[in-house]
Every structure is written in C-alpha cells, then in structure tokens.
Design a protein around this ligand. Structure first.
Ligand code: DGT
Ligand code: CA
Ligand code: CA
Length: 580
C-alpha cells in the first residue's frame, strides 16, 4: 500500500476514534471509518488521484475530499488537530486491546487519567480497573493478559475482508491450473474475525512457485518445498501448504481446526486405535495403514461420527452431537426467501427503489425495502407522511412484477425513553417495523435496559435490529442487561435480527444460541445501503450456522403469506399481553 495511503487511512481511523470520544454523531464516525478502510484498499496513491475520480469512489464524500485536499497542503486537517488538542491521541493505543473500545477508553481516561497502554497496565496491576462500573475483575485480568501475551486485535481482520482476499488468491491459483485449492482455518469456520489465511493445495512444488508470483504479495516470510508464508499488500498473512491428493481431506480438516476441535478428534481416533494427523487417519498397528485422508467426510465416518460443518467446529458440543448422529441440518442460502432490511436514497442508501426492486426480484421470492425513520435528521429519516408516500411509490411497481411480493419496512428509531416516534395508528399502517437504537447509545446501563425493554414490549416492534450495537474493532456492545432483555423477549415472542453488515454481525453467535434456547426465531438481514451490500446476507447466514440454526429458526424461510400472518399475529398477541 502506498505510504501516504497508510498514513491518511490511519489519520481517518484516529479521527473516527476522537469523534467517538467527543460523542459526535455516529454516522460521522462511520464515514471516517469507511473512508479509512476504502483508502487502505486503494493501490494508487490517494494524493495522486484527481478530485473527480476521488468523488466517484464509494466511501469518499465531500467532507472527506475536503480533508484530503487539506492534507495535500498541510499534512493534516484542522478538525483533526482540534480534537487532538482536546484528547490525547495516545488513547488510541488502547483500542488494540481485546475488550476495549472507545467507550471504555474514554471512561478510563476520565476516571483514572489513563492515556496509554503503559498507564493502563499499571492501573490494572494495582487493581484500580475492577471498581469502575461495567469493568469488573474479569476484564481487569483480561487486560493484563492481553498486553502480556501481546494479543492485539490490530492483527485481525473482518471475515468479509479475509474472504475476498482468499478468493482472489484461490482464483489466481486456479488460473495457474491448480484445481484442488481451498481455504481452511478460522476463515473456513466463518469466524467473525480472521488472523491469517490458511490455504491448502494439491500439485507439488509448482503450486509454491506460482503462489510466490501472485501480484498481491508484499513480502515473503518463508518459502519451502511444500509450505510458504507471505504478507500480502493488504497486510494480511497467508500460509500456503501443499499436500498429496490422498491427504487433502486430512489437511483440510487439520488446518480448519479449531485447535480444540482437533484435539477432541485426535482423542477419539486414539481410542479407536488410530492415529490422526494432517496427512490422514492411520491404523496404529505395525502396518500403519492409511484408512482415510482424501476427504473430510471419510475421516469423520471412520471415527464413527456424522460429518461436522466447519462453522460448528469449536468444541462447543458438536462432537457429542455428531457421535449421536444429531447434528442439525444447518440453515442454508436456499432457505432464504427474502430480505427485509435495507436503505434507499430517500435516506442514507445509494440506490433508488426501482434499482433495488429490479435487483431483489431476481434474487428472492419476497422482500421488504426499508429506510431510517425520524428523528434521525442527519440521514434524512422518514416521517409517517414520507413513509406512506414512498410506500405507495414502491407498491406501484408490484404490477411490473406479478410473481414477486414486496412491501415497505421502516427501521424505526427507539427513542431515549424506549418509545417509537410514531402514534399507534400510524405504526399500524407500517407493514414491517424494525426497531433499533442508533442515537444516545451511551446511556446508563439501567436506563438503556429499560429503554430496550420498553421497545420490546411495544406491540409494533416486529423486529429488533442489531440489538447490542457493537461494531467489530470499533465499538463494544452497548452496556445493558441482556439476560433481562432476552427474558422479556421470550415472553413477547420477539424476533431479533442477525445483521449482516460485515462489522456488525449482531446478534453474534453466543447470543443467537441464547435466543434459540428460548424458542425464539430470528431474521437474517443484509442492512444493505447499496445493491452490492445485499450480499451481506451471507455474513448473517454464517453467524446463524455457527449458532446451529436450522431453516425453521429463521423467519426468512417463511412464505410471503405466512410471514405477514406471523407479523399480524405477533402484534395481536403482544397487545393482549399488554392488556393482561
Ligand atoms: P486465526 O488465524 O487466528 O484466525 O485462527 P485459525 O484457527 O485459523 O488458527 P491458525 O491460522 O493459527 O491455524 C489454523 C488451524 O491449524 C487451527 O485452527 C488448527 C490448526 N492448528 C494450528 N496449530 C495447531 C496445533 O498446535 N495443534 C493443533 N491440534 N492444531 C493446530
Ligand atoms: Ca488462520
Ligand atoms: Ca495460519
């Protein structure tokens, strides 16, 4: 990556952080984050790109362009300097520690004057962190451990980023004639974040030779006959390992992990008189005969168990299920009949209703097209009148698409007191109400909990979107009593969203398992802000699979009629619950 891109991208990243410390508008924060990420992926020097061309790059708006121009002349920009004089930039270091986001960094700074990793560790070792509200002894211990082990979240990447990177490499290797190539590791397990990419291939030393010619490589860490590690230009590490075709399944299984899952498999193999490693499953007897290795399926079978999908391989109970032949049939893409949460250019989306209908009609049986609501002025949130007008505009298109069903949803802001910004008779006319928190998310724990509980009790909250508000690498979950929230949700038959925005993935897998255990269903959403982002649904699906969900656990699998009946019945039930 060109030096100046690295510098400017980091500057915007830090700016986003400072804006968060300064309690500025979350959309502004996200705009800086987005600009940072977009610039880090440009191969051309951002300072050499003409203004017109820069404008065309998605994620670089007018505000960002102004800053880039200022940086050209002064190496920095004035708003950044202003905030830097208000908060120490060294606080930014704290974000590299697991469990710390900007919210906690700010509290540490305000309560204890902590402004660097150094002063943080000192305070943690003195036991000063545990007494802060919302921190506790566990987090204090985690901070010390994380610093001492040098575990920093800085070296991890979003799943979506890693997936695209891995696909580029595999496509390249395929184009060199290597057909048996696949990725393993945390990426194959569809983890939320990925440390490095692990690729397994068949084809001898020629694979390594070709790999080293890949144009995305920045530097080579090691290159042996059958193994190589490199750092890519986008700063990800990629490990490639080459195997015989007869070992491909064993290698894939070994390097897919997780480590804990592997340990359990090896124990089972051992007990059955086998030896399991990355080359295959072998008899322990003198013959050392190989009994499986070419495919993963035959390995699991020989171990007397069902095949385990990679998403479940975390030693989280999946081994026990597989031994009992009780691994559920996980939900898959073909079970998704529709998507219900998106944004058009009436608020902060990039596309018109017509463009979105055209796209989604080719993809799904039904869909809802959404937008933000009042009072989110900075994204031009819809009031009831604009909702109704734009809904009518959308419904006019139904004539053109006789085989598809669609309607208008609304991502309705949960106000500070937990109410929704519309009267019941208006909510009654909104076809799908997706309630969510976007503003004032730093309330006191009790207040925030009460706010969400009230929103859940509202008969018109058909879906609760991105419940915890976390942004991976950027912002912790909002501080609320989620146990209490899930308890009430269970009484209300609440539908939670699994939001597929790559940095949200909210609910996360642990929470999805919790919700399923309460007998609740969820909805997978892309939360698309542009046509390409409808593909985000894949990331929501990953989380659902990691949590062991089946087709029946998601309301996306319902037909249009069933779905609308379900929404209606749920509203009625909640109204009765409120009366009783
Ligand atoms: P990451 O890259 O940090 O997101 O996580 P992974 O799971 O991809 O971990 P990585 O890249 O270090 O190793 C890939 C897989 O290889 C890992 O999931 C399991 C396997 N593996 C690596 N080292 C060991 C080991 O020492 N013992 C066992 N049993 N398996 C290992
Ligand atoms: Ca890895
Ligand atoms: Ca690795």
């Amino acid at each position: 990556m060109p030096e100046s891109n690295k510098r400017i991208s980091q500057m915007f990243e830090q700016m986003a952080f400072l804006c968060e410390l300064d309690n500025q508008n979350p959309f502004k924060v996200r705009a800086y984050k987005k600009a940072a990420s977009v610039i880090s992926m440009l191969s051309e020097d951002v300072l050499d790109i003409s203004e017109d061309k820069l404008c065309e790059i998605r994620g670089i708006g007018r505000g960002i362009l102004k800053h880039i121009n200022e940086i050209k002349h002064t190496q920095t920009f004035s708003e950044f300097e202003e905030l830097k004089s208000k908060y120490p930039l060294s606080l930014y270091e704290l974000l590299s520690i697991e469990g710390l986001g900007s919210k906690r960094a700010k509290i540490l700074y305000e309560k204890l004057g902590i402004d660097s990793i150094d002063s943080l560790v000192k305070a943690a070792k003195k036991g000063m962190i545990r007494n802060i509200d919302g921190f506790g002894e566990k987090l204090e211990k985690m901070i010390i451990e994380s610093v001492e082990k040098g575990i920093s979240t800085k070296n991890r990447f979003l799943y979506s980023f890693a997936k695209k990177t891995a696909n580029d490499i595999i496509k390249y290797l395929n184009s060199c004639g290597h057909k048996k190539v696949g990725y393993a590791g945390s990426l194959r397990r569809c983890a939320e974040t990925v440390g490095d990419i692990d690729i397994i291939a068949v084809g001898g030393g020629k694979v390594i030779d070709d790999f080293l010619k890949f144009s995305g490589i920045e530097r080579v860490l090691s290159a042996g006959e059958l193994k190589s590690s490199v750092i890519l230009k986008n700063q990800m590490q990629c490990d490639l390992r080459v195997f015989e075709e007869s070992s491909y399944g064993a290698a894939l299984c070994y390097f897919t992990g997780s480590k804990q899952h592997n340990i359990r498999l090896r124990e089972l193999a051992n007990k059955a008189g086998y030896l399991l490693n990355e080359y295959g499953l072998f008899k322990k007897s003198v013959s050392k005969e190989m009994v499986a290795g070419k495919t993963e399926e035959e390995i699991y079978k020989k171990l007397g168990m069902q095949y385990i999908p990679p998403e479940l391989r975390e030693d989280n109970g999946e081994i026990e299920l597989a031994l009992k032949n009780a691994i559920p049939e996980l939900v898959s893409y073909s079970d998704i009949n529709g998507d219900a949460h998106s944004h058009t250019f009436f608020t902060d989306g990039a596309n018109s209703i017509e463009e979105i209908v055209d796209h989604l009609s080719k993809r799904y049986k039904w869909f809802f097209i959404g937008d933000h609501s009042i009072p989110l002025n900075f994204v031009n949130g819809l009031d009831f009148k604009r909702y109704t007008e734009t809904r009518e505009e959308l419904l006019k298109l139904l004539k053109k698409y006789p085989d598809i069903n669609f309607d208008r949803s609304l991502e309705t802001e949960i106000l500070k007191d937990g109410s929704l910004p519309f009267k019941p008779e208006e909510l009654d006319k909104i076809s799908l109400v997706i309630s969510a928190v976007h503003s004032n998310n730093r309330m006191k724990r009790d207040d925030l909990t009460a706010r969400i509980l009230k929103a859940i009790s509202n008969p018109y909250s058909d879906v609760i979107a991105h419940l915890t508000g976390r942004l991976i690498f950027e912002r912790d979950e909002m501080d609320a009593d989620y146990d209490l929230i899930f308890e009430l949700a269970s009484k209300n038959n609440t539908v939670f969203e699994i939001n597929g925005q790559p940095d949200r993935l909210d609910l996360k897998d642990v929470n999805i398992r919790k919700v399923k255990s309460l007998g609740l269903r969820v909805i997978l959403s892309s939360d698309a802000h542009s046509i390409e982002q409808f593909d985000n649904i894949e990331y929501a699906l990953n989380n659902a699979r990691r949590a062991g969900l089946t087709k029946n656990d998601i309301i996306n699998s319902l037909g249009w009629k069933e779905l609308n009946e379900f929404i209606k019945e749920n509203r009625t039930r909640k109204k009765q619950l409120q009366k009783g």
